[in-house]
Design a protein around this ligand. Structure first.
Ligand code: MN
Length: 244
């Protein structure tokens, strides 16, 4: 059985290169390491200006990764001064990825910024700045705070517990919850995970990829996601879509 192909979104950032400061594709390797470790084949997708509609034609899963803030005009608000790293081209590209995954019924694992994007696309909003309480200065595999997880949720089933310690690297958080979403993990008032009834979606505010190498329960989030992608891949093989 071939490894399921997992599309992974990336940041686009102007970085110093031999050619001067120029746009580069950027992704921390923890995402791809975590996917490889559980049997997935990551496929890195660079931001392009005009995304075609068949970006995910051969993909079995989609990871929407973390990164800079999303343009607040997407949820109808002027940007707070703390908002950083806005790249409208990345926003547009990932909107296309989400729409296509929805259409093709591809499982999505949305992490940090990815979770915030989906909330916005379903009509929700963000708290533009929650201060520094959820931005740790300790190493990224260390626990920053605990989360309370709803029993029976996909997060609880994957990590095998309803209370677990997670890292924290976000100065924004879910505000108004988007339509059709269910909050499944919280830290006090802060939404730390949500799921959806109408699609295979696991959206997480912390960074499990940074903990996956050392914390088996965090690696389990990638394991369960890749297993669902593999199951979808098998079904596709058995019942190929008619060619049009
Ligand atoms: Mn947090």
């Amino acid at each position: 059985m071939a490894r399921p192909l997992i599309a992974v979104s990336t940041a686009i950032e102007e970085l110093p290169t031999a050619f001067g400061a120029t746009d580069c594709t950027k992704l921390t390797t923890a995402y791809t390491d975590a996917l490889y470790a559980v049997g997935g084949q990551p496929v890195i997708l660079p931001v392009i200006e005009t995304p075609p509609t068949d970006l995910l034609a051969h993909m079995d899963g989609l990871v929407l990764t973390g990164g800079g803030d999303i343009d607040p005009t997407m949820y109808g608000e002027p940007p707070d001064p703390t908002v950083y790293g806005i790249r409208p081209d990345r926003d547009t590209f990932e909107v296309a990825l989400y729409a296509e995954a929805l259409e093709r019924r591809i499982p999505i694992l949305a992490i940090c910024r990815g979770m915030q994007l989906i909330n916005i696309l379903r009509g929700g909003s963000l708290l533009q700045d929650i201060g520094s309480d959820h931005w740790q200065s300790t190493p990224s595999a260390d626990v920053s705070h605990s989360v309370s997880i709803d029993e029976g949720s996909a997060v609880a089933v994957a990590v095998g517990t309803c209370e677990t310690g997670v890292n924290s690297y976000h100065h924004q958080a879910v505000g108004r919850l988007g339509a059709g979403l269910r909050v499944t993990a919280r830290c006090g008032d802060i939404v730390e995970a949500f799921e959806a009834d109408d699609m295979d979606l696991l959206a997480i505010q912390w960074h499990p990829e940074q903990m996956a190498a050392s914390v088996p329960t965090q690696r389990a989030l990638f394991d369960s996601f890749v297993q669902r992608a593999a199951a979808r891949s098998r079904i596709q093989e058995e019942t190929p879509c008619p060619t049009t």
